[in-house]
Design a protein around this ligand. Structure first.
Ligand code: AHG
Ligand code: MN
Ligand code: MN
Length: 333
């Protein structure tokens, strides 16, 4: 069987005119960083990477050692290639500028270096999420404002899943493509062409311990799922919650489902739990490219006009018919 590597896949995308050389380099560099993060994640206690870093990030969340390591790997890998105008990370409050000794390029890279931090120490899958925007041509050093573009402007988005195998899932606006890391060869192999999210599902993902804080439309929707065969839906639903968005979204990309981190009373003053620019937007682009849908309950995620780099939003995504139903409940209420 002929093995297609990520490098070959990207060159073919470039030849087909879907990406330029700079975007190809950018994705290659992110993939290289992902390999380095994967090595650290999989060594675990042997490399002393488990546990707390002893610091807080911009969101006031305690950082794990791997949050800090993954962030450093991504920043350093992407600084010198000349493809980026600037970067933004969950772990860094301000825009990360490209050091003056390196050339600058036309793209903005945003990332959640380590998603699912609470799962690191218990050896459950974690991930990395990234989003690529074009830098508006301001002629000067890009500031926060340069990043505040709605998700529909993304030119690429992807995630890495550090699970039993390490996967890289990618879209450049032409479907969703998955690659598996061959650890011996050190290369990503094209294993999942044109991934799709089935329109119907019998599986949902939500942190049900927040049920009493949800808004009525979400309580109604989940309540109906839980009534199963005897309720208005007339069928039983299964529930899964990994608490690593990457893993939950990957399951949905593999066999369908709906994922929700909806608005609730606990996170209302922050606008939601998940971050718009480097969690919700890239995942929404991937899910839409795979034929699914992604909304806040009231609005398509990719149409949300960001006001802040670290802005949060409610997230409902996955199988189209389920996302439509829960969105309709929001609009009716
Ligand atoms: P992060 O580790 O980058 O802060 O993200 C964690 C997110 C997401 O991955 C997951 O779906 C959710 O938080 C889990 O939240 P709960 O702990 O409330 O279940
Ligand atoms: Mn995250
Ligand atoms: Mn994170």
């Amino acid at each position: 069987m002929r093995r297609v590597t990520l490098t070959q896949f990207l060159i073919e995308q470039q030849r087909a005119g879907r990406i330029g050389p700079d975007l190809r380099l950018l994705i290659e560099v992110v993939a290289r960083a992902v390999k380095a993060i994967s090595v650290n994640v999989s060594k675990g206690a042997l490399a002393g990477v488990l546990g707390e870093a002893g610091t807080d990030n911009v969101q006031g969340e305690a950082q794990k050692k791997l949050d800090v390591i993954a962030n450093e790997i991504l920043l350093q890998a992407n600084e010198w290639g000349g493809h980026l105008a600037a970067m933004a990370s969950e772990e860094v409050e301000e825009v990360h500028h490209i050091p003056f000794d390196y050339p600058k390029g036309g793209f903005l890279l945003l990332f959640d270096p380590l998603d699912g931090s609470s799962n690191i120490d218990v050896n459950i899958s974690v991930g990395t999420i990234f989003s690529v925007l074009r830098c508006p041509d301001t002629g000067c050093e890009p500031d926060e404002k340069a990043f505040l573009q709605p998700g529909r402007e993304q030119v690429a988005a992807g995630y890495a899943l550090y699970g039993p195998s390490t996967l890289l899932i990618l879209t450049v606006g032409n479907g969703v493509h998955g690659f598996t890391l061959d650890r011996e060869m050190g290369s990503f192999v094209y294993t999942h062409p044109f991934m799709t999210v089935p329109v119907d599902t019998q599986e949902y993902a939500v942190n049900a311990s927040n049920a009493r804080y949800w808004e009525p439309p979400v309580q109604r929707y989940v309540g109906e799922l839980q009534e199963g065969k005897r309720g208005p839906r007339g069928k039983d639903f299964n529930m899964r919650w990994v608490a690593s968005m990457v893993a939950d979204v990957h399951r949905i990309l593999t066999r369908g489902g709906i994922f929700m981190y909806p608005m609730d009373e606990k996170c209302r003053n922050k606008g939601g739990k998940l971050r718009l620019m480097y969690e919700a937007n890239p995942m929404a682009m991937i899910v839409e490219q795979a034929g699914g849908k992604a909304t806040t309950g009231r609005e398509r995620i990719l149409d949300v006009q960001p006001e802040k780099l670290h802005q949060r939003v409610p997230v409902i995504l996955g199988s189209a018919n389920e996302v439509d139903l829960v969105t309709r409940y929001h609009l009716e209420s």
